[in-house]
Design a protein around this ligand. Structure first.
Ligand code: 2M8
Length: 447
């Protein structure tokens, strides 16, 4: 299969093409997540995108996160979509109906849920990148970190106050979209219990118009459930606690929890550098420790594979997905279990599968019955996920793994299509091409 791809760009031209993707997707105020499929700003995409932008223009990178932070809700939540005027995406702002929510931000329309809290990681990275370019860039980035810090602290505090509802200590999500991994088999069981009511207002999907094959996207049945949850959120007026009380979907998400642990530590480190008040830095360190412990507690004692917790259904979920490796992101496992988990990641059921074009983990294990090579979060490889694991491996002082992920990630995307995700055996780009976050992580890998 490896020979199927005709074009292979060398690093310098690949990086130049990545820069063009970001430029072409730039509306001026924000870079859209992709040119057609996602014509708005997505929360975690914006974090990765800003990092990529930092290689091109630090002021532009900072402006991207300023746009996102200007849409922060008054209670601290960073919303998952900041809408542009474009009407080609569904569900748009009218369907979300957040205009009626008392905590919504002024002057901008957003969705009413959130996404993985990777933002502090992006700010850290922008400061590092800027320090390598010039004194002026370093000052711009540091001044930004200074003014963004409190907003990010409030965002993290919102998560702690409103989204750790049970004794598992995991950060909970009220919609699969909040996980970033929308239709992952992780959510099959909890979604089975989400039963759309007869009063679900009718709708027309627009996403299917933008992909070659409907088999690359979630099913209609899944979309009904996604839309029904939005209906429930609307009816709870997006009040954060009422939402947690009433949503038919409430799941402790190990991946989000691991990202939260990493982000809290990262923000605490930045805070120390900036001379922030000790109490807030201490809060962040404590939240990181609690989140790390929750991830470790969710893990299977032998394999180390982490599990999500269906809070409504009162059970652990153990689909074989990339999220199972969350303890490698944030640490917390006993050393022997951790090294077993790393061997599993390297092994034939994951990155070491002999038929993969690039040795990076697919979103679902090819040996799992849930695996579907081209359907979105049910099998394809996602460059952005590879980046996040590689970055975490660097933090954890595993340089060999970090550079292996970088090299193999570059190999995956060397076709220059900047696919949203990739078919793991043929390396065919799927979903959207010229996806901004793919371009952004390519810049970070290559520059
Ligand atoms: C995908 O999600 C959106 C809904 O939020 C969609 O399918 O319409 C996910 O891959 C998500 O993680 C990502 O942030 C978003 C934009 O790239 O697309």
């Amino acid at each position: 299969a490896a020979g199927d791809r005709a074009v292979h760009f060398h690093p310098a031209s690949l990086a130049a093409r990545a820069a063009l993707v970001l430029r072409d997707n730039d509306t001026g105020r924000l870079v859209t997540a992709s040119p057609k499929l996602y014509p708005h700003m997505w929360s975690w995409d914006a974090a990765f995108i800003s990092m990529g932008l930092a290689y091109l223009d630090v002021r532009r990178a900072v402006a991207e996160l300023d746009t996102l932070l200007a849409a922060q809700w008054r209670d601290g939540m960073i919303p998952h979509i900041v809408f542009t005027q474009d009407t080609d995406y569904f569900p748009g702002p009218d369907r979300w109906g957040t205009d009626a929510a008392p905590q919504r931000p002024h002057g901008v329309r957003t969705s009413g849920i959130c996404q993985p809290p990777v933002h502090a990681i992006a700010v850290r990275r922008i400061v590092e990148i800027a320090r390598k370019t010039s004194q002026d860039d370093a000052e711009v980035a540091e001044a930004f970190a200074e003014r963004a810090w409190s907003s990010l602290y409030r965002w993290h505090r919102w998560i702690v106050r409103h989204r750790i509802p049970d004794a598992s200590g995991l950060v909970a999500i009220v919609h699969g979209w909040e996980s970033g991994m929308d239709n992952s088999p992780r959510w099959d069981e909890p979604y089975a219990a989400v039963l759309p009511g007869p009063d679900l207002p009718p709708y027309v999907r627009l996403d299917l118009l933008q992909v070659d094959d409907a088999g690359e996207r979630p099913s209609d049945d899944e979309y009904d459930r996604y839309l029904w949850l939005i209906e429930q959120l609307r009816r709870a007026d997006y009040h954060p606690d009422r939402v947690v009380d009433t949503s038919a979907f409430l799941v402790g998400d190990v991946f989000v929890t691991a990202v939260f642990a990493l982000a809290c530590d990262t923000l605490a480190g930045l805070g120390e550098e900036l001379g922030r008040n000790g109490k807030e830095v201490d809060d962040l360190r404590a939240w990181a420790a609690r989140a790390r412990a929750a991830v470790a507690l969710s893990a299977h004692p032998e394999t180390g594979m982490a599990r999500d917790r269906d809070i409504r259904g009162g059970r652990w979920l153990s689909a074989e997905t990339i999220a199972g490796f969350s303890p490698l992101l944030c640490g917390g496992l006993p050393a022997d279990v951790e090294s077993r988990l790393m061997s599993t990641l390297d092994g034939p059921a994951w990155s070491g599968h002999p038929d993969l074009l690039a040795a990076v983990p697919p979103s679902v294990s090819p040996s799992s019955p849930d695996f579907d090579a081209k359907r979105y979060w049910r099998g394809p490889q996602w460059p952005v996920v590879t980046w996040l694991f590689g970055w975490a491996f660097e933090q954890r002082n595993w340089p060999r793994h970090a550079s292996e992920f970088r090299a193999q990630g570059v190999h995956l995307v060397s076709d220059g299509a900047f696919g949203e995700y990739y078919e793991p055996f043929t390396g065919k780009p799927l979903g959207s091409t010229n996806q901004s976050w793919t371009a952004a992580v390519v810049l970070d890998w290559l520059c």
